[in-house]
Design a protein around this ligand. Structure first.
Ligand code: GLN
Length: 255
């Protein structure tokens, strides 16, 4: 029987807007395929061997939560980066995404160290990017062998993230603000490591994203593997569609 281990980073300090739901979704979709799941909560000071992780998850957090965990995460940076180069699958959300970049400079000018998995940096701003988001992820969807090429979610951040080097965006903004508030690009991808501002939590309404992360982890651990059996996603896809419609009708929308 296949098994996968999820390292859930700082579940107490970094769990904004129910981002924990992403771990619940990954676990549920693995169990439905007969994959056994081990979830390891990695809080501050908890020993963790990242060579034993199949998926690392880090949720969003207010500036306060980020300040609480930044130094502990920085100590783990070299080990996480090493495994990312070996194909470790990561999903990082908002404040977690920001700390997977080079640094987060808060609005007050405080420099929080990142672990430089993403060639990116974040600066706090007076602009609050908040609202429903719809992304066009056509390029990624092709890689995921997914026919659904949108991602939906909710963003709430004042940090603006600038991508550099080999780190590419996750998608193009159709509705919402995105990484720098200019409504152009959102998120970040480097190897099998994903960052996004999408809360929601993001995975329940984006089953194609969840399955891509699981498939990458399976392929890495067991070699290239036949595509996972399909799950009945009628409810998830109906939720996705409803979220797109709500974003289109919300007053902040722009098309
Ligand atoms: N504190 C960060 C910001 O405001 C991240 C917020 C979040 O995780 N939603 O940009």
């Amino acid at each position: 029987m296949q098994s996968l281990t999820i390292y859930h980073m700082y579940p107490d300090a970094m769990n904004l807007y129910g981002d924990l739901g992403n771990v619940v979704t990954l676990r549920r979709r693995m169990l439905e395929r007969g994959i056994s799941v081990d979830i390891v909560n990695v809080g501050r000071g908890v020993k963790a061997d990242f060579s034993k992780a199949d998926i690392v998850f880090l949720g969003g957090g207010q500036d306060r939560g980020q300040k609480i965990i930044a130094d502990d995460l920085a100590k783990r940076g070299p080990a996480i980066k090493r495994e990312v180069e070996r194909g470790l699958v990561c999903l990082t959300i908002c404040g977690g995404f920001q700390l997977f970049g080079k640094y987060f400079k808060t609005k007050e000018g405080e420099m929080l160290p990142g672990i430089s998995v993403f060639d990116a940096y974040t600066v706090g701003s007076d602009k609050r990017c908040i609202g429903n988001v719809v992304l066009d992820i056509e390029a990624e969807a092709k890689k995921w062998k997914s026919t659904l090429n949108t991602l939906v979610g909710f963003e709430n951040h004042s940090g603006l993230t600038y991508l550099e080097g080999k780190t590419r965006p996750l998608g193009k903004v159709k509705i919402g603000y995105g990484n720098t508030g200019d409504r152009k690009y959102e998120g970040a991808v480097y190897n099998n490591c994903y960052g996004t501002y999408l809360h929601g939590p993001v995975l329940p309404k984006n089953p194609h994203f969840a399955d891509h992360l699981i498939q990458m982890a399976i392929n890495r651990k067991y070699g290239s593997w036949a595509r996972m059996k399909q799950i009945d996603d009628r409810i998830e896809l109906a939720a996705h569609k409803a979220a797109v419609l709500r974003a289109k009708t919300a007053k902040t929308a722009h098309i």
